[in-house]
Design a binder for this molecule. Structure first.
Ligand code: NAD
Length: 317
């Protein structure tokens, strides 16, 4: 296949580029580099089946004939989407409509990277795909949550009205090598702080829970979904739930750091609980995550060490 991956220079998109190339496909990666990095793709520099297209997907463009479009472009971490609020709304809306038009034109299959944020601060726990969510449409996080909810609505509309062969994955918290260390997400914050010997910052009482999926598990789930015929959203994430405090302790153990834990006030709209119900992925795709948090952090350690080292050298320069 000839596959277009938008946002392919980002954390998840670059791992998806790797997976698609490994399956023997040709990959065009289009990215504006708003939050992504070319280093994430450096290992494909001499790969003839790989092409990088510098492109803001909110602008109309035509990549030529494609068989599959994976729409992953969007700021994704709270730090990024709060800094780039309007861009986030735009890529979720205009960018998604553009990508759906491209899929329609080339009769390509389409997969949207959606998010657990569609559930907002959920009143149902764990979250099943049938739950409609509890989202504050005017809070600071709404630029991301509502953009993704619009993107899902647009994807369903192109499926219903234009018969585009679409899929939607609701991705839950994913971590691993290439996660930006300054993105404000729990794992990157804790790993960076632990490796620098700084206090680990826990917001609120630290009893709010999260579930963390290792990137190879997440990508395997996305690839399985891409091959299925399911048009409705599917949760892909790790259902093992940790309190933020427990997570901080695992990070301290894996890194062998002597850092302490420091508590700070909870930011607005920070969800109390987030955990996927993955029954649908299990039954439909025969998929479930294999890597537990401790193992995933071990597998990420070299990357985080190198990233922390590079950032401190850059600061010293
Ligand atoms: N990482 C997670 O835990 C997670 C969770 C839920 C959903 N997602 C979704 O997965 C996708 C990828 O997330 P990520 O963690 O890899 O984030 P990331 O920031 O590392 O990657 C996003 C990529 O999109 C690119 N991009 C942003 N706006 C663009 C535009 N207008 N045109 C072209 N490229 C643009 C960025 O430059 C970047 O390379 C996002 O759609 C995100 O919403 C991620």
């Amino acid at each position: 296949m000839r596959v277009l991956i938008t946002g392919g220079a980002g954390f998840l998109g670059s791992h998806l580029c790797d997976a698609m190339l490994a399956e023997g496909h040709s990959v065009i990666c289009s990215d504006s580099l708003l939050t992504g990095r070319m280093e994430n793709l450096a290992h494909h520099a001499h790969e003839p089946r790989f092409e990088f297209l510098p492109q803001d997907v909110c602008q109309p463009f035509d990549p030529g004939n494609i068989d599959y479009l994976f729409h992953f472009a969007s700021p994704a971490s709270p730090v990024d989407y709060l800094k780039h609020g309007i861009e986030t709304l735009r890529v979720g809306s205009a960018g998604t409509l553009n990508c759906l038009e491209i899929a329609k034109k080339h009769n390509a299959k389409f997969l949207l990277a959606s998010t657990s944020e569609c559930y907002g601060d959920p009143l149902e726990h764990p979250q099943k795909e049938s739950y409609w969510g509890h989202v504050n449409s005017i809070g600071p996080r709404s630029v991301y949550d509502e953009a993704k909810r619009f993107a899902e609505a647009a994807t369903m509309a192109y499926h219903r009205y234009h018969h585009v062969d679409t899929r939607m994955v609701r991705i839950f918290n994913t971590y691993g090598p290439r996660l930006q260390i300054d993105d404000g997400r729990v794992i990157s914050n804790f790993m960076k702080q632990a490796l620098r010997g700084e206090d680990l910052t826990v917001y609120g009482d630290g009893l709010q829970t999260r579930s963390f999926c290792y990137v190879s598990d997440e990508v395997a789930g996305i690839v399985a979904l891409s091959k299925s015929d399911e048009h409705l959203p599917v949760n892909i994430g790790n259902p093992n739930e940790f309190t933020i405090l427990e997570c901080a302790k695992v990070v301290l153990r894996v890194t062998g750091s002597a850092s302490k834990i420091r508590f700070e006030p909870l930011p607005q709209d920070d969800p109390r609980q987030r955990r996927p119900d993955i029954t649908k992925a299990r039954t439909l795709l025969n998929w479930e995550p294999k890597i537990d948090l401790s193992t995933g952090l071990q597998l990420s350690l070299d990357y985080f060490r190198a990233a922390v080292h590079a950032s401190s050298t850059a600061t010293l320069r």
